[in-house]
Design a protein around this ligand. Structure first.
Ligand code: HEC
Ligand code: HEC
Length: 294
C-alpha cells in the first residue's frame, strides 16, 4: 500500500507515497487562493450566524429563531418600505383633497393617481350594479356614453355620487318621483297604452297611430312637466330623454307600459356617507373620464 515518496517520472511531480497496485498518488495540493477563500467562508459564516437571524430554536413552547446581534428583521424592512410608499401616496391624496377639479385635471401626475384610485374604488363599489366596464344593464345606467340622467359635468357627477339618487337618508339626494300612473289610478289602462304608443312614436319605433295621437295630449298634460314637451328629458329631475334609442328599463312596448304604469324609481346609495371624500372625488374624475364626461 505504501511506498516512499519520490518524484513521478512522467509528470515530474512529487508523489504522496500512497500507492495501490502500482498506481501512485501525485501530490497536487489545493491552490492557496482556494484554501484561503475556504477559510474566509468559514469565518464569514460564523460572523453571519452571530450577526443575522440564523437558527430555528424552540423557546417557551414555540418555535422561533436566534435573532442575531444587529436586530435585522425582513418584516420590519418590508413594513418600512410600505410606510414609505404610503407616505408618498398620501402626499398626492392630500393634493387631490385640496385642489379643485380643473387643477387636478391639468396636472398629469395627479390625474394619473386619481384615475387609478377611482378605477380601483369603482371595481370595489360600483361594478356590482354598473358592470365592471361601467356599461350598465337594465335599471343601471351606462356611464360610458354621453346620455346622462342627472348631468355629465364633473360637478354633476360628483354631486350625484356624494348624495346618491332617491336615497332616503341623504337630505340632498337627487330626487324626483315619476307617478305610478296606473297603480295610483291617474290614468286608465287604455290611456297608459295610448301614451306608451306616443312614446314609441317619438322614439322612432312606431308610426303615429290613432292611439299614439290620443296619447300626445296625455303626454303634454301628464308627462311634459318632467320629460319636456318634446320628450327629450330634463336633467334637473333625472327624467330621461325618451326620444333617443337609449333605454334604462327597455324600449319595447311592454317595458314602456310597465315604466308608465308602475314607475321605476331607481335608487343609488349616497357614497358621501360610505366613502371618504378623496375617494368620492377620484370616482367622479374616473367616471367623467370614461368617455361621456362633459
Ligand atoms: C345598488 C346599485 C348601485 C351601485 C352600487 C352604484 N350605483 Fe350608480 N346608479 C344606480 C342606479 C339605479 C342609478 C340610476 C338611478 C336613476 O334612475 O336615476 C345610478 C346612477 C348613477 C349615476 C348617474 C348617471 C346619470 O346618467 O346621471 C352615476 C354617475 C353613478 N350611478 C355612478 C356610480 C358610482 C361611481 C358608483 C360606485 C361608487 C355607483 N354608481 C354605484 C345604482 C347603483
Ligand atoms: C315627476 C316627473 C315625471 C313625470 C311626471 C313623468 N316621468 Fe317618466 N320618468 C321620470 C324619471 C325621473 C324617470 C327615471 C326613473 C328611474 O330612473 O327610476 C322616468 C322614466 C320614464 C320612462 C323609462 C325610460 C327608460 O329609459 O327606460 C318612461 C318610458 C317614462 N318615464 C315615461 C313617462 C310618461 C309617458 C309619463 C307621463 C304619463 C311620465 N314618464 C311622467 C320622471 C317623470
Amino acid at each position: 500500500m505504501s511506498a516512499s515518496p519520490h518524484k513521478d517520472d512522467v509528470t515530474g511531480i512529487d508523489t504522496t507515497g500512497h500507492e495501490w497496485d502500482e498506481i501512485r498518488e501525485l501530490n497536487n495540493p489545493l491552490p492557496k487562493w482556494w484554501v484561503y477563500s475556504f477559510y474566509a467562508c468559514i469565518v464569514w459564516s460564523f460572523v453571519y450566524w452571530i450577526v443575522m437571524p440564523a437558527w430555528p430554536v424552540f423557546m417557551n413552547g414555540a418555535w422561533t429563531y436566534t435573532g442575531g446581534v444587529i436586530g435585522y428583521e425582513q418584516r420590519q424592512v418590508v413594513e418600512n418600505e410600505v410606510a414609505e410608499v404610503t407616505a408618498g401616496r398620501q402626499h398626492y391624496l392630500d393634493q387631490i383633497a385640496a385642489q379643485d377639479f380643473d387643477t387636478i385635471r391639468s396636472n398629469g401626475e395627479l390625474m394619473e393617481i386619481a384615475l387609478a384610485g377611482g378605477g380601483a374604488a369603482f371595481g370595489d363599489n360600483c361594478a356590482p350594479c354598473h358592470g365592471s366596464g361601467a356599461q350598465g344593464s337594465t335599471g343601471y345606467p351606462n356611464l360610458n356614453d354621453d346620455d346622462w340622467l342627472w348631468g355629465g359635468s364633473i360637478e354633476d357627477i360628483h354631486l350625484t355620487l356624494q348624495h346618491g339618487i332617491r336615497w332616503e337618508s341623504d337630505d340632498d339626494t337627487r330626487l324626483s318621483e315619476m307617478p305610478r300612473f296606473l297603480a295610483d289610478e291617474i290614468l286608465t289602462k287604455d290611456e297608459v297604452y295610448n301614451v306608451a304608443d306616443f312614446v314609441l312614436a317619438i322614439s322612432g319605433q312606431a308610426e303615429m297611430t290613432e292611439s299614439a295621437t290620443s296619447g300626445a295630449a296625455l303626454f303634454e298634460s301628464q308627462c311634459a312637466a318632467c320629460h319636456g314637451s318634446d320628450g327629450t328629458g330634463n336633467r334637473e329631475l333625472g327624467a330621461p330623454n325618451l326620444t333617443d334609442a337609449i333605454w334604462l328599463y327597455g324600449g319595447d312596448r311592454a317595458s314602456v307600459v310597465e315604466s308608465i304604469a308602475n314607475a321605476r324609481a331607481g335608487a343609488m346609495p349616497a357614497w358621501g356617507d360610505r366613502l371618504d371624500p378623496v375617494t368620492v372625488k377620484q370616482l367622479a374624475l374616473y367616471v367623467h373620464s370614461l368617455g361621456g364626461g362633459e
